[in-house]
Design a protein around this ligand. Structure first.
Ligand SMILES: C[S@@+](CC[C@H](N)C(=O)[O-])C[C@H]1O[C@@H](n2cnc3c(N)ncnc32)[C@H](O)[C@@H]1O
Length: 256
């Protein structure tokens, strides 16, 4: 395919969110965040293991495949990118074809359905999706319960102070002072739109993000760097007290 053909096909698949370089054809050259996500990746790429040889990767909310392609470039044996949006997946498949990338598969699937994959991955990439979800903690719980095998590369947009209050083990019923602190773990609920986008539902602060990660069984190994964390699976708090996921998707127990 020559540059003119790539440009024509890319335009037909647009608009693009990710500015990929398809053999010199830029897919989103006017992105409001600049050369996105390449610029962003350059600010946190040191968090990702440089050598992923033989590893499996699940890229949730893969969009046009930028991070899927990057993980494959680092040696991952297999990358599965999932997204709810068929148009983005068509972009990703086209990009894989133009860039001649093998070992990367794209499938239409939402984060709440990951149990159906029936497989754990060495690295889960969960970038830029959390704040688009009406049920963000449920998504983290499901990822932890069904697909996270070891590491998770995670990003959400945040607003608020850079400091993060460390919550105590318990508080009195009358407690109020801590709840007023700006760096108390919190998320702002967006009823209408944020950044002109009705698919943004929650804007957490840094403390809120880190508390949610801990609460769903992820320990922060590195970061944040530009809002990105490298996490590792850890014990799920209170897991012994019952199903921590609201909608458990475990197979039925066989009848006795
Ligand atoms: C802001 S983009 C982030 C794309 C990419 N991960 C990145 O960081 O550049 C959000 C992506 O999440 C996808 N998405 C939204 N809701 C989803 C869901 N419930 N399950 C899976 N993907 C979802 C959107 O279609 C979109 O591709």
């Amino acid at each position: 395919m020559n540059a003119a053909q790539i440009a024509e096909k890319a335009e037909g698949l647009g608009p693009w969110f990710q500015n990929l370089d398809l053999c010199g054809v830029r897919t989103a050259p006017s992105h409001f965040l600049g050369d996105y996500p390449a610029d962003k990746f350059s600010r946190f790429s040191h968090l990702v293991p440089a050598d992923l040889t033989g590893k499996t990767v699940l890229d949730i909310g893969c969009n046009a495949g930028f991070y899927s392609f990057e993980m494959r470039r680092r040696g991952a044996a297999r990358v599965l990118g999932i997204d709810t949006d068929a148009r983005y997946l068509a972009q990703a498949r086209f990009a894989a074809e133009v860039l001649d990338v093998d070992g990367v598969e794209f499938r239409q699937m939402g984060v709440y359905d990951v149990a159906a994959l029936g497989e754990r991955f060495d690295l889960v990439v969960f970038m830029g999706v959390l704040y688009h979800l009406r049920h963000p903690l449920l998504a983290l719980d499901l990822i932890r319960e069904h697909v996270a095998g070891d590491l998770m590369l995670f990003q959400t947009l945040t607003r608020g102070p850079d400091s993060a209050a460390i919550p105590a083990e318990d508080y009195d019923f009358s407690e109020d002072v801590h709840f007023q602190q700006p760096d108390w773990p919190r998320m702002a609920f967006i009823e209408h739109k944020w950044a002109h986008d009705w698919t943004n539902w929650w804007v957490p602060n840094r403390a809120g993000v880190e508390a949610m990660l801990r609460a769903s069984g992820f320990a922060v190994e590195a970061g944040p760097a530009d809002e990105v964390y490298l996490c590792r699976t850890a014990p799920v708090p209170f897991a012994n007290y019952g199903p921590h996921v609201v909608y458990p998707a475990r197979p039925e127990e066989p009848a006795r």
